[in-house]
Design a protein around this ligand. Sequence first.
Ligand SMILES: Nc1ncnc2c1ncn2[C@@H]1O[C@H](COP(=O)(O)OP(=O)(O)OP(=O)(O)O)[C@@H](O)[C@H]1O
Length: 227
Amino acid sequence: MSEAVLELKNASIFQRESLILSDVSVSIDKGEFVYLIGKTGTGKSSFMKTLYGDLPLKKGEGHIVGYDLPTLKEKDIPFLRRKLGVVFQDFKLLNDRTVSDNLHFVLTATGWTDKAEMKSKIDDVLDKVDMKTKAFKYPYQLSGGEQQRVAIARALLNDPELILADEPTGNLDPQTSVEVMQVLQEINKNGNTILMATHDYALLLKYPSKTLKCDENQIFEVVQKTV
Ligand SMILES: Nc1ncnc2c1ncn2[C@@H]1O[C@H](COP(=O)(O)OP(=O)(O)OP(=O)(O)O)[C@@H](O)[C@H]1O
């Protein structure tokens, strides 16, 4: 039995009326780490946005973590997003609250009520990204790499079936990118499935894995060269 957490068949990705990608047929199985590469403007973000319900899937088939994308309703989107962990290039942390309160905010917004369980979950995800000692800090008191690790912790809060990371190292220097990548690799080893859009070929070479490429309005799997 297939354990696909994501499967698209002959899907088209649109930005309003513009066709960005066509005939997209890809699948990602539970436990995989998959890169999405491609030059700027080839549609990586549009693809990601379609997966988390920010753009509608108007043509073709698509299933993600148990949701059918073509028939996805506005009211389903918050529930879909609970089963996905989304990580952005610009972290998107709330600057007026501490790391701990950023995470608490998401738990409250997604229906958690038990204070002890919330505290234990926050400790657990911060531990996974090695940020437990900085829970009391505000985002502006942290480096970019630390902020991204908090954003990854936030993505883990609801035990997502798939993590979508859109250029998570795009704002980080090479050394910090490697550190954030190590966190993502560790999370993947512990069972999380990850799709990561990136421009960073150095990371691909250092951590080879299944790679999808956007080019000329298509997405296809590429075989990585070993040299
Ligand atoms: N909100 C929008 N409305 C209309 N067209 C858009 C919109 N956002 C992006 N596009 C177009 O869609 C195409 C794909 O853009 P997209 O952002 O998905 O590419 P990308 O591969 O993620 O690029 P980058 O690596 O620069 O982030 C581009 O031609 C872009 O101009």
